[in-house]
Each structure stands twice: as structure tokens, then as C-alpha cells.
Design a protein. Sequence first.
Length: 236
Amino acid sequence: MFDELQSQLDQKFEKLNMAINTLLVPNLDIKKTVENMSSQHQELLEKMRKLQDENNEYKIKVSTLEDKIDALESIVSRTKIEIRNLPKQETENKQMLTSIVQTIGSTLDLETQIQGSEIKDIFRTKSGTVVVDFTTTLRKESFLSKFKRLCNEKRLSKEPPLNTGHINLLGPTNIIYISEALSSKSRSLFYNARELVKNKSLLAAWTSFGNVYVKPKDSAAAVRVSNASELLKLVI
């Protein structure tokens, strides 16, 4: 009887052992699979970190190149002004445009009249803007200064602003707008600043020597802004 009981226990133990082995085999496979997945996950994270580092490096390089391009554009534009709203004339050429700019100069009451030799280049862009490239920044600044002064005088006296009628230009009577030429980056920044002025988030915005200046609502001091982030900080 004891031998029979021992035999039954041995059989049960054997079955139990087989069952345990049956469970261990797939569990070992699962463990290996999990370990492989974990290893692959770590490799993927490492690749993502490297890609992020490379992306940051590229952003820095792009930003540096943009700054260099902006600096070059600013140098090229420092003697230029832009005149907008001038109707295109028949048989228009550089000589005619030069004559129009000289007439505007006379209307602005410049201390010395503009000579043809003081204009390095003059042309009309596809958008219709007339670009004038003077030979010196001094002539450019004197031209802009007189224009701003005339605009203030007209506004205070409630007279019509400078327009094409004042210079006897053929075509519709258009208000003449004159500003310094800006680099692409500064032009975009100045546009955003003027939009904030329109929305009454800023008191004023203007440019000088290619730089953009704004006056916040809570400050009487002018602030020079170099990028969109600096601009937004003043209104948040």
C-alpha cells in the first residue's frame, strides 16, 4: 500500500514538474522579448536625442546665417529710401524718376537741392514702390528728416499731407509715403510693431538707421527691438 501511494505521489510530482516547465518556457521567451524591446527602446531614445541635438545645432546655424544676411541687407539698405503711392508715368525711366525725387526734395525745402550725381540708383519695384539709393547716408537722413517734419506741420495745421498734387504729378492725387529701406527681417518686425500699434497694444512704432523702435503703453521711453520675442514681451 505504501509503494502504491509513493507511486501516485511520484506521478503527481512528475505532472507538476512538467506543468511548471511548460509555464517556464514561454515566460522565458516573454522575458527575452521584453528585454529586446527595452533594448530597442533605449536605442530609439538615444537616436531621438542625437536627432534633437543635431536639430538644435541646425537651428543655431540657421539663426546665425539669418543674422549675417540681415546685417548685409542692412548695410546695402542704409543709403536707400522707399517712396510709395507714386503713379507710374508714361515712358518712365531713371531720368524721369530722378527728376520726380528732385521735385519732392524742393517741396520738402531741403537746405541744398538734390543733384543727379547724389543718386546712385533709382528704380521701381514690381509692387510699384520707387527705391532711391543715395550716395551718402547723410543725404538719405536729411531727406527723411525733412519729410517727417513736413508731415508733422501738415498734421498740426490740418492741411492735406504731402501728395502727388504738390509735385504736379500726372494721375490721381495720392498721398506720398516715404520711409527708409529696411532689411527683410526689420521690415517684418516693423510691420508686426505697427499692427500692435493699430490694436493699441503699443503707443508708437518707428524706424531709425535701419532699427525698429517702439514705445510701450506703460513707459514714456522708446525701446529698440531686434526680434519678435522682444516685441511680444512688451505687450504681454
